[in-house]
Design a protein around this ligand. Structure first.
Ligand SMILES: Cc1cc2nc3c(=O)[nH]c(=O)nc-3n(C[C@H](O)[C@H](O)[C@H](O)COP(=O)(O)O)c2cc1C
Length: 179
């Protein structure tokens, strides 16, 4: 993906954080940030005032395939949790990999009131050996199609094929790589 470092949005610098740090953010039902802990703000490079109320895609990295976020939203909207490796983009164009858990938040009556994500340092070897090539393949499938909707469907198909081959669901697949 080195060619993407020609992208003016990216510096090519990869940030890390400590293994005892957890990046936490919360959103409303539409994906607007309602909370970010200090580690989230530090890595994203925004103040609380700047990011609360904005869409979570404020830290979206161009190397992330759209189908992963589609799957994320499909999963959490249906009341389930998802685990995924994600690369994020800091405000200044640096990037950082995380292993994320995203889940619905409920009120006392069981209604979904928003979503919550905790992220920790990922296994770098898994990222390099498995996730970077997989996400590059999915991104290529998405981009090789001139129609974005068809590209997304094709990438989704590639993910479903991979899961069928491995006879696991997405979360099991993520954990099967080693975390
Ligand atoms: C709780 C929660 C946490 C999220 N965390 C991230 C994240 O760390 N990085 C990211 O790019 N998108 C994250 N998303 C997904 C974004 O809402 C969005 O779908 C994604 O950035 C793709 O944006 P786009 O559809 O505008 O391209 C999160 C969503 C939720 C509900």
């Amino acid at each position: 993906m080195a060619e993407l470092y020609g992208n003016p949005m990216l510096t090519g610098v990869e940030k890390t954080f400590d293994t005892d740090e957890i990046i936490v953010s919360k959103t409303d039902l539409t994906g607007k940030l309602t909370y970010g802990n200090r580690t989230f703000l530090k890595l994203a490079g925004y103040s609380e005032k700047e990011c609360i109320g904005t869409q979570h895609n404020i830290i979206r990295h161009p190397e992330m395939p759209r189908c992963v976020f589609e799957l994320l939203w499909e999963t959490i909207k249906s009341g389930n949790e998802i685990f995924a490796y994600v690369i994020n983009r800091s405000r200044n164009g640096d990037s950082y990999w995380v292993f994320a858990h995203v889940t619905p938040s409920y009120d006392g009556s069981g209604n979904t009131v928003g979503y919550h994500s905790n992220r920790r340092v990922p296994n770098k070897q898994v990222v390099t050996q498995h996730i970077v090539p997989l996400y590059k393949k999915l991104l290529d499938v998405e981009k090789s199609n001139s129609n974005p909707k068809a590209g997304l469907e094709a990438a989704f198909g590639a993910v479903k094929d991979l899961l069928n081959e491995s006879k696991v669901n997405f979360n099991q697949f993520m954990f099967s790589l080693g975390v």
